[in-house]
Design a protein around this ligand. Structure first.
Ligand code: FPP
Length: 273
């Protein structure tokens, strides 16, 4: 991924502290704490299209441009993981025609974008229950995951037919099987162990959660993993969410004091130590 920036890494804490200087554009300057993992609910595609008297699918199509812009910006500022909620377990309740067109859009996006993601060193993963997708879509997902599996840059996880409760249930099911087989003692089942079976176990938990489109709820996204994430809600509709809007969310993250249950004084003391 071509970087517009020269950047300098500062002292590392829970997040990477980096200072950036734009080579060419003043507006690209970014000074702040960069979250390691950003999770986003991309909401507002339908309303964006409606405002323009266009069909809802036009909003989803325009949303793909925002995905591209945010993936690029993550690469530029040094975010190491991005997780996007593309289709929830509940989205099957939408009109059949919209679901069909969305599936087609995912297929085309995978076919068109996976080569570019690979060239930009992005590792793509799809999380969720894919068994309900068409054979063709499932195959395209496997192809894209295999193509990008060895990349060492941004980890892009796309949540599709995903639900936070589903994730916890599938982890519990795996643990139950191990207990039944005798390889785990029931007394050994704790938060750390269960966490190892969650779909994003290999990644740090999201530091920053963003929801576009004006609603202020989690909607069964990463219920387990968002326990300590900073939450950022914006009225901006997803197809309008590009670099400037993303930078506002990053700036807001920079201003938060993350305490993880400790007092503010303890956090400040830790920083000085
Ligand atoms: C929510 O907006 C959006 C979705 C259910 C689909 C998101 C999909 C994309 C952005 C397409 C591309 C994604 C990838 C990763 C290839 P909404 O339809 O609920 O909007 P509304 O609340 O305005 O009706």
């Amino acid at each position: 991924m071509r970087s517009l920036f020269k950047f300098r890494r500062g002292p590392s804490g829970n997040s990477q502290k980096i200072t950036m200087m734009a080579e060419d554009k003043q507006k690209d300057e970014y000074h702040g704490t960069v979250p390691r993992h950003v999770a986003i609910i991309m909401d507002g595609n339908g309303r964006w299209a409606k405002k323009r008297l266009m069909p809802r699918i036009a909003g989803h199509r325009a949303g793909v441009d925002s995905v591209r812009a945010v993936v690029q910006r993550c690469g530029e500022v040094g975010v190491s993981a991005l997780t996007l909620f593309a289709f929830s377990s509940e989205n099957w309740r939408r009109p059949e025609s919209e679901v069909g067109l969305l599936m087609e859009l995912f297929l085309v996006a995978l076919q068109r974008e996976s080569k570019k993601l690979d060239q930009n060193n992005v590792r793509l993963r799809v999380i969720g229950d894919r068994s309900r997708f068409s054979e063709k879509l499932q195959q395209e997902i496997v192809n894209a995951e295999c193509l990008t599996a060895d990349n060492s840059g941004l980890v892009l996880s796309v949540a599709a037919n995903y639900g936070g409760r589903w994730d916890i249930a599938q982890a519990a099911r795996q643990v139950a099987e191990q207990v039944k087989a005798g390889s785990i003692e029931p007394a050994a089942v704790d938060e750390t162990l269960l966490g190892q079976y969650m779909t994003l176990a290999a990644l740090p938990e999201p530091d920053l959660f963003i929801r576009t489109g004006g609603e202020q709820r989690i909607s069964n996204f990463l219920l387990w993993q968002l326990a300590y994430s900073e939450l950022f809600f914006t009225d901006t509709l997803w197809p309008d969410f590009k670099q400037d809007a993303f930078d506002l969310a990053l700036q807001s993250f920079t201003s938060r004091q993350r305490r993880f249950g400790r007092t503010g004084d303890q956090v400040e003391e830790n920083k000085r130590a």
